[in-house]
Design a protein around this ligand. Structure first.
Ligand SMILES: Nc1ncnc2c1ncn2[C@@H]1O[C@H](COP(=O)(O)OP(=O)(O)OP(=O)(O)O)[C@@H](O)[C@H]1O
Ligand SMILES: [Mg+2]
Length: 274
């Protein structure tokens, strides 16, 4: 089997420069919206430092992504079901497990994902903030790099630094942007236009604006209720925006980014995964 050609699942890595810009909320709500649209979707909590995607969904996580490595657990023992049939791979906080793992561990992790490459349509990966080599590798290996941007000056500058390192050191040719916590669609478009202008001056990378999510108190309210926003408040402005964003992914034919064929670092078909 040709792994590159036959793979169905497209990996969307959600990233940012600065922390706290809304990556986890974007990941959880985008993944749930995709699942509700009938797409076979998996949400992977790749933030192994401060895992909290399952908390946002109110799900208990008896086993986590770390068990795939440390206990050699099978993926089916780790995956839990979220809303609308979403598959969730919970992350692990504070165990000392990091994505900066030896090659053999990375390979074991990649092999665990292998059987899902053809079964799923989308794999949404929430990541840790900041420019750490191990996070960047995971991000650069994805089919879509989805960068969350907001209008705080520090978030803007850190997003620029992230784009720079992804483009210059990791060969990312296209980066998708979602503008979050904006006042309106118009201000989201303006923020993107400004960001793109700055990036174009210094870097060779294509930026694509996939949409805006407004600042909406329902996001916070959903977090307190440990429910996913799009499920708890489907009529909220931010939910409407997340559904629109998901629709963009359903309608979009995503060309693999450089390195995207590798699928969690797997260069070729492997057998024997559980
Ligand atoms: N569109 C929004 N409207 C209002 N509040 C929001 C919105 N998006 C995110 N938030 C709030 O911003 C805070 C940070 O969100 P989130 O945890 O998703 O960010 P993050 O980028 O994953 O953070 P970290 O870098 O720590 O992982 C949370 O309190 C969340 O409720
Ligand atoms: Mg987060």
């Amino acid at each position: 089997m040709n792994f590159r050609r036959d793979r169905n699942a497209r990996v969307i890595c959600v990233t940012s420069g600065k922390g706290g810009v809304g990556k986890t909320n974007v990941s959880v709500n985008l993944a749930t919206a995709l699942a509700a649209m009938g797409r076979k979707t998996m949400l992977v909590d790749g933030d192994v430092g401060l895992a909290n995607a399952n908390i946002l969904l109110g799900l208990n996580a008896p086993t986590t992504i770390a068990d795939l490595i440390t206990r050699n657990a099978c993926m089916k023992d780790v995956v839990i079901e979220g809303p609308s049939g979403l598959c969730v791979v919970p992350g692990h906080s504070g165990s000392g497990v990091s994505l900066a793992m030896p090659a053999s561990d990375r390979r074991r992790l990649a092999e665990a994902f292998r059987p899902y490459a053809d079964r799923l349509d989308h794999i949404v990966v929430d990541t840790a903030s900041g420019i750490h080599a191990e996070t960047l590798e995971l991000v650069a290996d994805s089919d879509t790099v989805l960068l969350v941007l907001n209008d705080e000056p520090t978030a803007f500058m850190d997003a620029y630094a992230m784009v720079k390192v992804l483009a210059s050191d990791h060969g990312c040719a296209e980066i998708a942007i979602v503008t979050n916590m904006v006042a309106s669609d118009h201000s989201g478009r303006e923020l993107f236009r400004h960001f793109k202008e700055v990036v174009r001056r210094f870097l060779r990378v294509d930026l694509v604006h996939l949409g805006s999510v407004p600042r909406d108190n329902h996001v916070r309210e959903a977090v307190f209720r440990k429910r996913c926003l799009v499920e708890a408040f489907p009529g909220a402005r931010a939910s409407v925006a997340f559904n629109k964003l998901a629709r963009r992914f359903v309608d979009r034919v995503t060309p693999p980014t450089i390195g995207g064929h590798r699928f969690f670092g797997l260069e070729e078909a492997l057998s024997g995964a559980c």
